[in-house]
Design a protein around this ligand. Structure first.
Ligand code: 4NP
Length: 156
């Protein structure tokens, strides 16, 4: 069976996209459909390549039973061909992907929160929590969890 390959994207790949990656992987595992998916995340910048996620994001995930282990990676040109869905967290990440993608892969790029059941705004973003307080990380967690639930329902 051909796997559905999903790539979550943010700027640094240490807060939002690794959270979406690991939350979605956890949901997939709990639903018994691990074999159906290949899940990855990446950053548009290379500042944190090889790093564990931001400790503030790891703490928030841990409160919900998720121990994050992803190591920061950046994007390769092959990612655009390889993955079936490429899901940026904000409009800046989306613009970067649209610019870098070959024309035939642009349809794979969809703003992550278009799957958020709590907004009809097609431009809704997951805000960058990096320079803010802990409430920003809680907010990111809640958005990511409900959006991943809807994404999984859509794909099953
Ligand atoms: P992320 O957050 O894109 O959600 O991983 C950030 C991580 C690092 C930086 C900015 C945002 N940074 O400037 O280093």
């Amino acid at each position: 069976m051909e796997k559905i390959k999903i790539l979550f994207v943010c700027l640094g790949n240490i807060c939002r996209s690794p959270l979406a990656h690991e939350v979605f992987q956890d949901m997939v595992n709990k639903n018994g459909v691990t074999d159906k998916f290949e899940i990855e995340s990446g950053g548009t910048e290379d500042y944190h390549v090889g790093d564990l996620p931001d400790p503030r994001m790891m703490n928030e995930a841990r409160k919900h039973g998720i121990e994050m282990t992803h190591r920061g990676r950046t994007l390769s040109d092959d990612d655009f061909e390889y993955f079936d869905m490429i899901l940026p967290m904000d409009l800046s990440n989306m613009a970067y992907l649209q610019n870098r993608s070959m024309p035939e892969y642009k349809d794979k790029i969809k703003l992550f929160r278009t799957f958020d059941p709590e907004t009809l705004d097609e431009m809704a973003e997951v805000p960058d929590p990096y320079y803010g307080g802990s409430e920003g990380f809680t907010n990111v967690y809640e958005m990511v969890e409900r959006t991943c639930e809807t994404l999984l329902e859509y794909l099953l």
